[in-house]
Write a protein that binds this ligand. Sequence first.
Ligand SMILES: Cc1ncc(C[n+]2csc(CCOP(=O)(O)OP(=O)(O)O)c2C)c(N)n1
Ligand SMILES: [Mg+2]
Length: 604
Amino acid sequence: MDPTNHNTALASAFAEELARGGLRRAVVSPGSRSTPLAVALWRQPEIEVTVIVDERSAGFFALGAAQASGEPVALLCTSGTALANYHPAVAEADLSALPLIVLSADRPPELRGIGAGQVIDQIKTFGESVRWFCEVGTHDADDSGLLHMRSVACRALARARGEIRPGPVHLNVPFREPLAPIPVEGAVTATDPLALEGREGRPLTAVTRVDLEPTEFVLDEVAGHIGDAIAGVIIAGRQTDPELREPLAHLARASGFPILAEPTSQLRLGPHDRSYVVTTYDTLLRDEHWARNAVPELVLRFGEMPTSKPLREWLAASGADQIVVDPTGGWNEPTNRAAAILRADPTECASGWATRLERSAEGGTGGPLPSRTAGRFVQGASRPAPEAWLRAEASALDAIAAALGEESEISEPGLHAALGRAHADGDLVYTASSMAIRDQETYLGPGEADVMMLCNRGANGIDGLVSSGIGAARASGRPTTIVTGELGFLHDLGGLAALRDVTTPVRIVVIDNDGGGIFHFLPQQTALDGDEFEALFGTPRGVSIERSAALFDLPYTRLESLSDLPAILAAGTGLIEVCTDRQTNVAAHRRITERVLAAVADRS
Ligand SMILES: Cc1ncc(C[n+]2csc(CCOP(=O)(O)OP(=O)(O)O)c2C)c(N)n1
Ligand SMILES: [Mg+2]
């Protein structure tokens, strides 16, 4: 605790408590009113502070860092409009269940609403998007003031980490003068050692986590359903825990269910058993015949619902029983058809179900499964689903490779397939919304490299991607590849400034089709005339990626051939421009899909 004056005392007690509770990272944007907290965070040895001027970029940097590390990150800004710039990142953190601790400095109540400078209403700025809002209030550095600051820090960490849903919290912290650490004699009047020092080496108030271990009942009951189903699939959407890979592979082997794996499920790329992983479902399910025949009886969903529209439509139309494993307290159920949402640890569920199925198949104790189920499961080969899916996956992968090979120019689908092969062990990949995340889902094949795949798919914004990727690189120390469209890149151009503090390689692949390529896939493209469409949706901006790189003193490369990708990525930090054409992109997508579907139909 820094006793220089009452503000240093309150702010340093607060920062000390955050550090003792496990906070290791803060992102601070400059301003005067926030000085006591900025200095306290900066001087707290366990907390690494990154300073980013633009609060919108700072918010996304913190978001990326939180997603990559799984740990809470604090944000600090001054009073006024600064706070509002956090809103997009707070919205994303809410929907993606990521722990952010937003600290806004404020004027004290007597200076609000009377024409004093740089004051806006900061109360409950983020509405229902935060797990907790606290007007921290103004306090003396007496026993109750210091204990209040320590207690608020403990509570903020607990709420951000999840009770049970992780997410953002917002603490509004008013300060009276002096804002700078100017000595004030006798400012600290506290005498209680707990208020002055807290507890040595641990937080004032430790908060236990909610136990998400699945009950025996959940494990037995669902294992029974799995054993009983004739055809089932596992759907793996965005989740960041690599420890889920092997348990899900185990469950797939034990159940005979294929795993339809979205790239950000971490199941497509990795050293785990990928023998049941299906990556081409987005294309396969575009074939009505295939989609009808593949309808499962039971769907086990882990992570978020994947983006793929064909998959979502297929699920909604299937009438299958869906069991959703969601430990984060969300309502991740856009089909409105799930039979159950389990608030339980996904790795424990997958392992628990797999072992019960194996036990039952071995005949052992007979296990918890009904006898009809156990009998059918022993003849697992009679289940049609996995073989059909896995054969189709093999054909589709061959056909995609062949179809992409026939494209004369670099196509957006071809780029994502090539990136999938070029990512290396230990890499982190942060992919933009718009076409990049969709093409990645459709065209990134399976591979062995141990890669962490992230995105901001809570709110699907095209804002803040550059900053999110750089924050993730900083927090994880992993060589990072950011994959974005050029409008998304332009949106967060200022985010590049944060690279000055990052030594980890950050490669930014900018897919430059000079406009919003995604809109060419929408009915607006045909419903409007060409000029209108270009003005409102195509929106070419003609911004030079090369000169953007020069602005920030970054190396720039234009990709001429997909085979150059591994070498360019290996060269380290820089912008990599990939020029494509919006007008021909839609036709290339259709051509490739048709070829793949024809090849799969021929071979099945
Ligand atoms: C913050 C925000 N503003 C607007 C949108 C709507 N939007 C979705 S995609 C897109 C165009 C993106 O263009 P680009 O980044 O170049 O990617 P492309 O579609 O060309 O792959 C826009 C404006 C959004 N999702 N988020
Ligand atoms: Mg574009």
